[in-house]
Each structure stands twice: as C-alpha cells, then as structure tokens.
Design a binder for this molecule. Structure first.
Ligand code: HEC
Ligand code: HEC
Ligand code: HEC
Length: 424
C-alpha cells in the first residue's frame, strides 16, 4: 500500500520531469530536486523499515493474529502483566501525535508523551544506544504505516508496581544511557555486531541474566537466563554452554533458518527468527556471529556428570532408547536439519531445564522460515510419562555423550506440567 503510493508519487514526478524537458526547460532543475526529495523520503522509510525489523518492534506491539503494530500483546513480567500499546500513527489510540523529538525520547530515555515513564519491558535500555540516524529513519517508517484505531490499556500491574513514578528510582539505579563508542581495537564488523546485539536487536533482553530489580546483570551479559517456561541459553563464545562450538557460518544459518544442523529454534527464539533475524542481511548476521563468538563465557571448572550407574541415569537411558533415539540418534548426534543434536548442546546443558521439560511434555514445532519452510516437529509426551520419567530421561541426556549438568528434580516437571497443559 505504502509502496504503491510512493511509487505512484515517484512516477508522477518522473512524468513531470519528462514534461519539463519538452515544455518547460527552465523549470527543469526545480522538478529534478522534487524527484530527488521523494527518492530520499523513500530511502529513509526503507531504512526505517529495516531498523524496525532488526529491533523486532512488531513482536511486542501486535496481538497474536492481529494487525502489526496495533498493540495488544500480553507481556508477562515478574512484576505482573503489561500489554504492548498501539504504535500505529493513529492520533487517538496510537502514536500519531508523537513528534520526532518525543519519539526519540521514548527510545533514549524511556519517557513517553506527557512525561509518562515507561516500564523497561519496552527495552529502552537497549534502544537508548540506537544511532540518531536510525531513530530518524525509524520515525519516518512508523509514521508511514497505516493508522489503526485500537484502544489498548498497557498497564495491568498490581499496586505498587502500577505506579509509574517507581520507574524514576528504577532508572536512577539501573539505567545508564551511554552511547556505544566505537572500539578502535576491534574490526568494523565486530562494532556493527555489537550495535546489532546490544542496541537494535536487544538480544540481552532475553539472553542476559537479570538482577533482583529485573535489570540486566551486565557482569554476566548474554550468559543465558530463564524466561516464562523457556530458557534463553548462553550465547557467548563459551564452548560448553554458549555458541563457541559453532562456526560463524553455523550461527548465521541458525539466525537465518532457525536451524543449522546442530540446533533448531523453538519458542520465543522461533518467533524472533521469523520476525526479525531471518530478514536481516547476511552481512549483519555475520557481524552478530563475530561479536557473539568474541564474548567471554563463565569461568570455573567443568562440571562433573551424574554417574552412568545412578538409578536415574539407568532409567533415563532405557526411556531414551525407546522413545527418543529414533529421531535424536543413539548417541544424541541428531540428524542434520531435521532433528537437533543433543550431544554438546548449550540448550541441553542450561542451568535451568525449563526448555527441556517444556519440549518433552508439550512437544514443539521448529521455526519455519522462507528459506527452510518445512518445520520438523517433536511429539508431546505428557500423556506417556510421569514427572519422574521425564526427569530421568532429561537427567540422562544432560549427562551423556560429554554433556554434564545437574540432575532434573521431578518436582520441576510437576510445576510446569499443569500450566503447560492448561495452555498458559
Ligand atoms: C520486548 C517488548 C517490546 C519491544 C521489542 C518494543 N516495545 Fe515498545 N513498548 C513495550 C511495552 C510493554 C510498552 C508499554 C510500556 C509501559 O506501559 O510503560 C511499550 C511502549 C512503547 C511506546 C510508548 C507508547 C505510549 O504509550 O506512549 C512506543 C512509542 C514504543 N513502545 C515504540 C516501540 C518501537 C518503535 C519499537 C522497536 C524499535 C518497540 N517499541 C519495541 C514493549 C516493547
Ligand atoms: C524474546 C526472547 C529472545 C530474544 C529477543 C532473542 N532470543 Fe535468542 N533465544 C531465545 C530462546 C528462548 C532460545 C532457545 C531456543 C530453543 O531452545 O530452541 C534462544 C536461542 C538462541 C540461539 C541458539 C543457542 C543454542 O545454543 O542453541 C542463538 C544463537 C540466539 N538465540 C541468538 C540471539 C540473538 C543474536 C538475538 C538478538 C538479535 C536473540 N537471540 C534474541 C530467546 C530470545
Ligand atoms: C519424531 C521425532 C522426535 C522424537 C521421537 C523426539 N524428538 Fe526431540 N526433537 C524433535 C524435533 C523435530 C525437535 C526440534 C523442535 C523444535 O526445536 O521446536 C526436537 C527437539 C528436542 C530438544 C531441543 C534441542 C535443542 O537444541 O533445541 C530436546 C532436548 C529433545 N528434543 C529431547 C527429546 C527427548 C528427551 C525425547 C524422548 C523423550 C525426544 N526428544 C523425542 C524430534 C523428536
């Protein structure tokens, strides 16, 4: 629609140029300038569209199945539920009245129109590091989309968290809006990668452990943390827990296709890939990979695996052979692009086994992207296994083939079973 209007606009000015050549020689220069301005407007909007894609604005500002950017996404935080507001340029129910300066302030300072202090569920601590030019382009794009009337009540937090004034203190304690200075000791690609990961892509919003106050614990940046019922694993260059065992190409493939022959993306990462990283340029994905591989993982001695003779391991081995090895292989080696590898996998060895419990109880379908449209599925096992059996098979895969991670307590399975089956 926008494209159509713009190209109509462009061909109209082209027509004007031709007209001018024949009939109005002296007016030619002025008309050319108008054509160029239209061109620049188009380029700016396209650049803004890309910034919005990398920043995945659509994820939190669109209801499932609803109009993009019209709001209504429920976001669960440890403090209660927030709803992503309507950010289409509708003047009454969206952000149609926002000036560029006001929009810039949302991203830079987390302050909306009318001095509204936003909750950091809107990842402004990351967006505050966006470049001036990217914010200008993003504003041009957001103002170019179709306005949609849709009333959204964003804040559904209980008292006292519903008091926006609290954010004044939160920001004072946790928010340090420093721009990313270019690291001259690192290549340009690394610096671009840092910008994409730390600013626009806000990867740390999911992958960085949080402090008690829900802020990023930057001393453990990108080392993995629990989300609701999922785990966003360590994505540093750590070889056991992180992506250090992957090549740049394998990271690029994962972010492009949701699969790289080692691991398949599920849950929130599958969405992130569909909306955002599968639409990034290959150069940008390489930059992200170079930056991630250069991030330091946790230190300390390698953990000791649970002994193969432990009764939980013996029970788990039998279940694995029966129910899992047909797809994942006898030695957890997986099958390229179809079934993820479980040996030396960061997801399998993550501190919190929530993702594993989630997958075994409820099953999952991997991300389908344009490049890899058939998404293989993992069947649900909730109806077949007790909490104890799920715990045993997971303890087994976390401590076989070179993996080592704490045993899974059956109680952890029990805690996730009821909400998962109720579809929460
Ligand atoms: C991880 C989820 C998330 C992402 C990603 C996100 N937002 Fe938000 N955004 C929110 C939430 C939640 C709020 C409401 C916060 C509140 O009520 O304090 C919000 C608020 C806003 C507001 C203020 C609206 C108002 O009520 O005045 C604007 C503007 C906005 N976002 C724009 C964007 C843009 C542009 C992007 C992409 C660069 C983006 N958001 C990405 C969650 C998100
Ligand atoms: C909304 C939360 C969220 C955001 C934002 C997010 N991720 Fe993830 N990511 C996850 C989850 C959850 C997983 C685990 C997926 C699984 O278990 O299949 C994951 C997995 C990954 C993996 C695979 C790790 C492995 O060992 O299998 C990589 C690489 C990754 N993310 C990179 C990124 C990058 C780069 C960004 C920013 C551009 C990003 N993620 C943003 C939630 C997120
Ligand atoms: C019919 C084939 C099939 C069977 C049987 C199967 N899985 Fe899977 N499994 C998959 C597929 C496909 C995925 C990727 C799904 C996704 O990422 O959403 C997967 C993903 C996983 C993952 C996540 C790996 C990662 O890196 O993200 C784990 C762990 C896992 N399966 C464990 C098991 C266990 C334990 C069993 C037996 C109880 C089992 N699977 C049985 C097909 C299967």
């Amino acid at each position: 629609m926008i494209r159509a209007i713009l190209s109509a606009g462009l061909s109209a000015s082209l027509y004007a140029v031709l007209y001018a050549v024949f009939w109005a020689g002296p007016a030619l220069l002025g008309t050319l300038a108008t054509a160029r301005a239209a061109d620049q407007g188009y380029e700016l909007i396209e650049r803004g569209r890309y910034v919005a894609t990398v920043s995945d604005c659509v994820a939190c500002h669109s209801a499932p199945g609803g109009v993009p950017y019209a709001g209504g996404t429920r976001l669960f935080t440890p403090f209660g539920t927030l709803v992503g507001p309507n950010i289409t340029p509708d003047k009454e129910t969206g952000m149609g009245l926002y000036t560029e300066a006001e929009f810039r302030r949302v991203l830079r300072e987390g302050i909306g129109r009318g001095e509204k202090r936003l909750y950091p569920a809107m990842p402004y601590p990351a967006f505050s590091k966006l470049s001036d030019d990217d914010i200008t382009a993003l504003y041009a794009y957001m103002m170019s989309i179709q306005p949609v009337r849709n009333v959204v009540e964003a804040n559904q937090l209980p008292f006292p968290f519903n008091q926006r004034i609290l954010m004044l203190g939160w920001n004072w304690l946790n928010f340090d809006p420093k721009p990313l200075e270019v690291r001259t000791d690192k290549p340009a690609e690394w610096n671009r990668g840092r910008y994409l990961v730390e600013a626009a892509g806000h990867c740390g919003a999911c992958h960085t452990p949080k402090t008690m106050l829900g802020a990023d614990d930057t001393s453990r940046a990108l080392r993995g943390t629990s989300l609701q019922g999922w785990v966003a694993p360590d994505i540093t260059g750590d070889r056991r827990y992180g992506v250090g065992r992957w090549s740049v190409e394998q990271i690029v493939q994962y972010l492009q296709n949701g699969s790289n022959g080692h691991s398949n993306a599920s849950g929130p990462m599958a969405e992130e890939i569909q909306n955002s990283s599968s639409r990034m340029t290959e150069g940008d994905l390489r930059a992200i990979a170079v930056y991630l591989l250069d991030q330091e993982g946790r230190s300390g001695p390698a953990p000791t695996p649970v002994a193969a003779t432990d009764p939980r391991m013996v029970a788990g081995a039998a279940i694995f052979k029966d129910r899992c090895s047909a797809c994942h292989g006898d030695n957890g080696q997986g099958a390229s692009y179809l079934f993820p590898r479980l040996a030396d996998s960061g997801v399998v060895q993550a501190d919190d086994p929530a993702t594993l419990i989630h997958l075994v109880l409820a099953g999952s379908r991997a991300a389908a992207t344009d490049r890899l449209p058939t998404a293989p599925a993992m069947p649900p096992f909730h109806w077949r296994f007790t909490d104890e059996q799920v715990a045993s098979v997971l303890t087994y895969i976390r401590n076989s083939w070179g993996n080592a991670a704490p045993a899974v307590p059956p109680g952890d399975v029990g805690k996730l079973r009821a909400p998962l089956l109720a579809g929460e």
